[in-house]
Ligand binder design. Structure first.
Ligand SMILES: Cc1cc2nc3c(=O)[nH]c(=O)nc-3n(C[C@H](O)[C@H](O)[C@H](O)COP(=O)(O)OP(=O)(O)OC[C@H]3O[C@@H](n4cnc5c(N)ncnc54)[C@H](O)[C@@H]3O)c2cc1C
Ligand code: FES
Length: 344
């Protein structure tokens, strides 16, 4: 896994609780990325190392700087630290760009629909800029939900893009908490399945449309189900998860366990209580296993199980690429009370 050290050139305040970090591209080893991918920031806070992925809000063909937009999460360690402590001139360790929430231009006639809520706009904003700039014949619909106009990240920039590319780009805003809203500015309420169906079915080639969804699980389910009802194939529906959500019922057979971890030739024994992932407890014990997404997508935290049984919870994508004894530690929970594994 390649790592880089980047300097923060500027910080933009987007809304009351969101900022954009603008990193200077390194002079020699420029970082290559695709719109929709993410960069992982590595920060040391109170002596512990934290890694957190942030989608690029910049687009490679449009923006000179690498940009990541960070919204505060209530009680979140890293998002609040970034918003409060980082300043222009600071240097930050990052991992190479990753992620498959990307656009591969196959047919420029394929209409693209982007569905987002809150900070889920960041990869969608990057994709919008990149596609408008590089694919003049491709139409984009962005449907974007927020509580208030003032909490809407990139609202002014998106309205400007709509004015500039008015034949290719259509923005529909939804506001769940605004009392009154001018119909030119958007809709009141949340993105509903009837809105999804009405909008997408207007497209006579809707079975060939391409969809990107980024937001809470409720949005994903609403949009995905409406699209499936219109016979849009699952392969044309891409999703990006910012947070792993696990149904508590899935922990029914998980056990408290002693876990021996072999990492870089060193063995450590930790106690993993029921409900915590092996990765979480290892990091709490200063075993600095590399990781990034914490949602079971990037493979950075992969280990081989040597003894005992683990189960992975919260995976949102089929993982046929993993061998039977491969486990992603960010999603791994013990099923037996003695486990031994090796980080690879
Ligand atoms: C692929 C990917 C891309 C991402 N891109 C962005 C981005 O562009 N902008 C951005 O602001 N964030 C993004 N995130 C989320 C980000 O990586 C962090 O998870 C988030 O900033 C919270 O970290 P924290 O250390 O502040 O919170 P933690 O201290 O890790 O968590 C504190 C509490 O908040 C909950 N929580 C964690 N994450 C979220 C969340 N996203 N929303 C609501 N509650 C949460 C946790 O369950 C926990 O209870 C992305 C995540 C992934 C996996
Ligand atoms: S940290 Fe990405 S798969 Fe575990």
């Amino acid at each position: 896994m390649k790592q880089y050290t980047l300097t923060i050139q500027e910080i933009h305040k987007e809304t009351e609780d969101t900022i954009t970090l603008c990193f200077k591209q390194p002079g020699l080893r420029k970082i290559k990325y695709q719109a929709g991918q993410y960069i992982t920031l590595i920060l040391r806070i109170n002596g512990r190392k934290y890694a957190r992925p942030y989608s690029f809000s910049s687009a490679p063909s449009v923006d000179a700087a690498l940009q990541a937009t960070v919204k505060r999460v209530p009680n979140g360690i890293v998002s609040n630290y970034i918003n409060e402590e980082l300043k222009a001139g600071d240097v930050v360790e990052v991992m190479e760009p990753m992620g498959d929430f990307i656009y591969n231009a196959i047919n420029p006639e394929t209409e693209i629909y982007l569905w987002g809520v809150g900070s889920g706009i960041t990869p969608l904003y990057s994709l919008t800029k990149e596609i408008l700039n590089t694919q003049p014949n491709t139409k984009i619909h962005l449907v974007y939900g927020n509580k208030y106009k003032t909490s809407t990240i990139f609202l002014d920039q998106l309205v400007q893009l709509q004015e500039k590319y008015n034949s290719n780009f259509k923005l529909s805003n939804f506001y769940s908490q605004e009392d009154t809203i001018d119909e030119k500015e958007g809709f009141k309420g949340r993105i509903s399945s009837s809105f999804v169906s009405d909008l997408v079915s207007k497209n006579i080639n809707c079975k060939e449309s391409l969809h990107f969804i980024c937001g809470p699980s409720g949005l994903k389910e609403t949009v995905k189900n409406a699209l499936i009802n219109l016979s849009v194939p699952l392969s044309a529906i891409l999703t990006e998860e910012f947070e792993m959500v696990i149904d508590p019922k899935e922990f029914y057979d998980v056990e408290d366990s002693k876990v021996i971890i072999d990492f870089q030739g060193q063995q450590s024994e930790i106690f993993v209580p029921k409900g915590k992932s092996v990765l979480d407890v290892a990091l709490d014990n200063n075993i600095e296993i590399p990781y990034s997404c914490q949602t079971g997508n990037c493979n950075t935290c992969k280990a081989k199980l040597k003894e005992g049984q683990l189960k992975m919870l919260g995976l949102t994508k089929e993982r046929e690429d993993l061998a039977q004894d491969d486990f992603l530690l960010c999603c791994s929970y013990p099923l037996t009370n003695n486990i031994s594994l090796e980080v690879i």
